[in-house]
Design a protein. Structure first.
Length: 295
């Protein structure tokens, strides 16, 4: 299933996409399926089975996607968005080069967070406050959405705790990221975490480590790699985080970005007002967001 959070007539609902239509799962099930993505995810596999059954019986229902506003699949994750740094070899190399430092591949996952308030949906604007940052950069990432309470999970079982996957753009204010000892501020500006366009349930992506991952700015390809290049794979990331920290349904983990970010280009490039950024992952979809300057 391709699950979405959408707004129609001022009401926010969880839905499933069929072709170019979206089915309101709550309405189509007479309330049997909850109204929000977080409530649905909290029901775990049983909730997903129910949603699947409702969708199968709703063949002719739904409204055209063009009539609704898609929000991030999880508009407000329970925790801040967790994210991996330097989790692709080529990106670790370009990052070190850009900062004039020695290349060091991480021996344990590098994990930081982005404020949950930075999340926006597909087609929403990335609003850059150019008086605060002049170095807003892009990072396409495979995003994992947790579907069950996970604590002390072994890597071998970890994918069973995943609800599904979506596309993320880990927009980063490089000047702020490098000025402060920690990444939080540079990663957390409002609108700096586009997610979407939908959550593809895990049954449709049996192997999350074989997906082409690309990003374009104004149609020009800037990043082009494969999730097979991840240094720490999804099960290892979940096992690491869930050791002593409880992951909850709706938690979002960004798995790191491949090479080709703006700050590492020669000369460096950063997002400008009017730029159209398209982040794409094979088997999931395209996340499109336009950049505008904050008023
Ligand atoms: Zn990132």
């Amino acid at each position: 299933m391709r699950l979405v959070t959408f707004r129609l007539g001022g009401v926010e609902r969880v839905g499933a996409v069929m072709g170019d239509r979206v089915v309101d799962l709550h309405a189509a099930s007479n309330g049997e399926v909850p109204a929000t993505m977080l409530e649905l995810l909290a029901q775990g596999d049983a909730g997903m089975e129910r949603a699947r059954r409702v969708l199968a019986q709703a063949q002719d229902q739904g409204v055209p996607l063009s009539q609704v506003t898609l929000l991030a699949p999880v508009p407000r994750p329970p925790k801040n968005v967790m994210a991996l740094g330097l989790n692709y070899r080529e990106h670790a190399i370009e990052s070190a080069r850009a900062r004039g430092e020695q290349v060091v591949f991480p021996e344990v996952p590098v994990i930081f967070t982005k404020a949950s308030t930075s999340v926006i949906g597909p087609e929403a604007e990335i609003v850059v406050p150019y008086d605060v940052t002049t170095k807003a950069d892009w990072e396409v990432e495979l995003a994992v959405v947790i579907g069950a309470r996970a604590k002390r999970v072994k890597a071998a079982d970890a994918l069973g705790y995943v609800a599904g996957y979506t596309v993320a753009n880990d927009v980063s204010a490089r000047d702020l990221q490098f000025a402060h000892q920690q990444f939080f501020r540079g990663k957390s500006l409002d609108t700096f975490c586009p997610l979407g366009p939908w959550l593809v349930t895990r049954d449709e992506i049996p192997n999350p480590h074989a997906l082409r991952i690309t990003l374009r700015v104004n149609g020009v390809t800037k990043q082009d790699s494969s999730t097979s290049e991840l240094i720490f794979d999804v099960p290892t990331i979940i096992e690491t985080l869930a050791a002593g920290l409880t992951l909850e349904p709706g938690d979002v983990i960004l798995t790191g970005t491949p090479s080709g970010v703006g700050v590492a280009r020669v000369p460096p490039e950063f997002l400008q007002p009017g730029d159209m950024v398209e982040a794409e992952i094979e088997g999931i979809g395209v996340l499109r967001n336009r950049v505008v300057a904050a008023e």
